[in-house]
Structure formats: structure tokens, C-alpha cells
Design a protein around this ligand. Structure first.
Ligand code: CUA
Length: 158
């Protein structure tokens, strides 16, 4: 079969670009410890304000010394807005939304969740040392999206 020389060049160029972009995705995923979502759990967005764990968002200490942070991401605030967790202990964030799609990104870490109404997003991480982290919503959710921020304060473990 005859393939024109320039067509062949472009086919190789396109193949090369595909390999390059796929490689970049794989490399950055490995380097940044990014994982695809692997947790599927549903919740009723209509009633989560009044019943269940999301009615009273907050931080609880588990028997193993780790903590669970139950949160709501909603127009245009994270509840709770300021989260205090211990350093060097596993911290599990459980977040859902009663309204629209939000994001939960802890700047400077690999914690980055999409928060969809009807679903519970969960991630477990450990903060190595005390410090303060900015939390931002990284999904455009409305006019005050840019104001939707929170804070994680990592304290020295007792
Ligand atoms: Cu919530 Cu953007």
C-alpha cells in the first residue's frame, strides 16, 4: 500500500505525540501519587442536613489514634471551615455536597477530591509535620466560587 511521504511523517508525529502525552500522564500520576477515585458511597443530598453524619460535620478521633473529618462542601463554604488534625496520624476526610459539584483540594498536598451531590468522597492522608494548609474549591460552582476556601491546621500530636 502506498502512503504518501508527508502523510507518513504526520502519522508518526501523531503517534509520537500520543505516546508523549500518555507518558506525561503516567509519569505525573506516579510522581504526584495521584490515584483514580476508588470509593463509591452514596448519600441523599436532600436529607443530609438533618440526618446522618453530615448533619453534624466535624473532627472525631478514632480508637486507633487517627481522625475522621466529616465535611460538607456547599454554596460557598466548607463546613467546618477550619479543621484541626494531628500530625503523623492517618486523617480520613469524608465529604459530600448538598447542592452542586465542588472541589476539595488541600494546597501543597496530593489531596484533591471532586465532591458530587449524592456521593461521599473519601481520602485518607497523613500530614508529616505541623503547619497550616489552604483548602480551595477547584470546581467552578457559582458566582462566589473563588471565595470558597477553608483551612487545615495540623497540630503536633499529643
Ligand atoms: Cu465550590 Cu467552587
Amino acid at each position: 500500500m502506498h502512503v504518501d511521504r508527508y502523510e507518513r511523517y504526520w502519522m508518526w508525529a501523531a503517534t509520537g505525540m500520543l505516546a508523549l502525552f500518555l507518558g506525561a500522564i503516567v509519569l505525573t500520576a506516579i510522581a504526584g501519587s495521584a490515584h483514580p477515585a476508588s470509593h463509591v458511597e452514596t448519600v441523599d443530598p436532600e436529607t443530609l442536613h438533618v440526618t446522618g453524619e453530615f448533619a453534624t460535620p466535624g473532627v472525631t478521633v478514632r480508637p486507633d489514634g487517627g481522625v475522621t473529618v466529616v465535611m460538607r462542601a456547599e454554596f460557598y463554604v466548607f463546613r467546618p471551615e477550619v479543621i484541626r488534625v494531628p500530625a503523623g496520624r492517618p486523617v480520613t476526610f469524608r465529604i459530600t455536597s448538598p447542592d452542586v459539584l465542588h472541589g476539595f483540594q488541600i494546597v501543597g498536598t496530593n489531596v484533591n477530591l471532586t465532591v458530587a451531590p449524592g456521593y461521599v468522597s473519601e481520602v485518607t492522608t497523613t500530614f508529616a509535620r505541623p503547619g497550616e494548609y489552604l483548602v480551595v474549591c477547584n470546581e467552578y460552582c457559582g458566582l462566589a466560587h473563588h471565595l470558597m476556601q477553608g483551612k487545615v491546621i495540623v497540630e503536633a500530636a499529643p
